[in-house]
Ligand binder design. Structure first.
Ligand code: FAD
Length: 459
């Protein structure tokens, strides 16, 4: 009997997974494969925190697939070589996957689709990780959007995103499973030293963990979201970003569950406004993917090319290390950087502050900060991370104007007025053990403005 092969990528879930559902619907046995591809050209290798997350999430996916009678095959190598091989070993006559939107990944997928079809296999791809595929929204002039507000207005004027698919039932028959590597073979988890203790305490990777977070958010936190979502000491945001990045939860599920809560709130009830505010944040995720789809190499190349003329001073490695370790002498910056190192995440407001401090007070190229986030965030996302870094640095789409330099002291007064967040992560704050400020905030601000001014009005 022939088999259907499902290639899992950024969609580590069985619920609302169109590729999996379509494969099961064929009525043949199904084999799943996950490929650790560190060989295809230009596919960005995962950072350390992402590798840790992937290990846990694949364990969870394997358990869910087991319950459906579907074996999960783990392999390493370049997709172009390994996927056809696994298809042959599984005696597959059809291959299913959900689409990816990065340029390098699309190149890999397009070539593979062609090759598999030429070899006589049926290949089918689906939309699963974005509410609006990047080419489906265009301006009146048929161009991609470069400003968020009209982008989101257009999105909201489109037909409502489709409903999530019902959970799949088991498969017909059992396939003969190709050889699989083990997760342990891949060495995704840190060992010497094991720096992941804080990550283990903070997160439950996998589909069930994601559904639990969504239920908790909608049930308890949503009404507080509009008022308190900028306060890093409060735990009122969804914490769904890693689950969305890895596709452990579908944005369609998030959308419709949120709309259900919104509909349940009587009109005029604050819940309705809160739901819109939350969905708007999901809109920023969509916008980042849209911008990244239409721009090459967002993590390397300024989206606004006039920023190529910006003269970054020679890198001061001492300053970069102080920023990475949370030893700059600026309490909110240090708290954020230590939160990141300890837990693999950082509150959004504080991400903006630390990014502004690195690129505008320390005058360190935003790419250095983006790379550190890429290594340390559990939600490190190939579109959202560089998009947001460029947004803060001023070189990105719909970016903060270059002269908007967050003052970390005022930001702390406004968003952490009692210092609860800072003290949680920087216990020695206010004692002689706490470092002196690395740079003078006023002076460094003036230097940054002068440097940016030279880009705006070249001599
Ligand atoms: P919520 O407030 O609950 O928001 C719901 C969802 O909306 C999030 O889970 C996320 O998927 C999306 N979202 C919210 N804000 C943004 C945003 N500004 N851009 C894109 N999507 C957004 N987010 C990532 O997912 N991956 C990254 O690599 C990443 N890097 C960032 C780097 C910088 C410098 C900055 C300023 C922001 C970055 N963000 C990134 C966006 C944002 O900080 C996180 O998505 C957010 O903190 C996640 O917390 P939450 O899930 O509780 O968010």
């Amino acid at each position: 009997m022939r088999t259907a092969l499902v290639w899992f990528r950024d969609d580590l879930r069985v619920g609302d997974n169109p590729a999996l559902t379509a494969a099961i619907a064929r009525g043949t046995p199904v084999v799943a494969v996950y490929l650790l591809d560190e060989e295809s050209p230009d596919v960005r290798p995962l950072g350390g925190a992402s590798r840790w997350w992937l290990h846990q999430s694949l364990q969870s996916l394997r358990a869910s697939l087991d319950a459906l009678g579907i074996p999960l095959v783990l392999r390493r190598g370049a997709a172009g070589a390994v996927i056809p091989l696994v298809a042959t070993e599984a005696a597959a006559d059809a291959v299913f996957w959900n689409r990816r939107y990065g340029r390098a990944e699309r190149t890999v997928d397009a070539a593979l689709k062609l090759g598999l079809r030429e070899a006589g296999l049926h290949v089918q791809s689906h939309a699963a990780s974005l509410l609006y595929e990047p080419w489906t929204l265009t301006t009146g002039a048929g161009q991609p959007y470069s400003v968020f507000t009209p982008f989101w207005r257009r999105a909201l004027a489109m037909p409502e995103p489709r409903r999530p698919l019902p959970a799949p039932a088991g498969t017909a028959g059992t396939a003969q499973s190709p050889q699989s590597e083990t997760l342990e073979d891949w060495g995704l988890q840190p060992s010497a030293p094991d720096w992941a203790g804080g990550l283990r305490a903070a997160w439950q990777p996998g589909e069930q963990g994601a559904l639990d977070l969504l239920a908790e958010f909608l049930g308890e936190k949503l009404p507080l979201y509009p008022e308190q979502r900028d306060e890093p000491a409060e735990d009122v945001t969804s914490r769904l970003s890693p689950a969305l990045r890895w596709g452990e939860i579908s944005p369609f599920t998030v959308w419709h569950e949120t709309m259900r809560v919104r509909a349940a709130a009587a009109s005029g009830h604050p819940g309705a406004e809160a739901a819109s505010a939350f969905l708007r944040q999901l809109g920023w995720r969509e916008f980042a993917a849209h911008v990244s789809f239409h721009a090459a190499d967002l993590h390397r190349v300024n989206w606004r090319r006039e920023f190529d003329a910006f003269e970054w001073p020679p890198l001061d490695p001492r300053a970069l290390t102080a920023w990475q370790r949370g030893l700059t002498g600026v309490p909110l910056v240090d708290a954020g950087m230590r939160e990141l190192w300890a837990t693999g995440t950082m509150h959004n407001r504080v991400r903006m502050v630390v990014a502004s401090y690195l690129s505008k007070n320390l005058l360190i190229d935003w790419r250095q900060g983006e790379e550190w986030f890429w290594q340390t965030l559990v939600d490190a996302d190939a579109a959202s991370n560089p998009f947001n870094w460029q947004w803060v640095a001023g070189s990105g789409a719909d970016a903060a104007p270059y002269f908007r330099i967050f003052n970390p002291v005022l930001q702390q007064q406004k968003f952490d007025p009692h210092g609860s967040y800072v003290r949680r992560h920087v216990p020695e704050w206010g004692t002689p053990d706490y470092p002196e400020p690395l740079v003078d905030l006023g002076e460094s601000r003036r230097a940054a403005l002068a440097a940016y001014e030279r880009v705006r009005r070249p001599a």
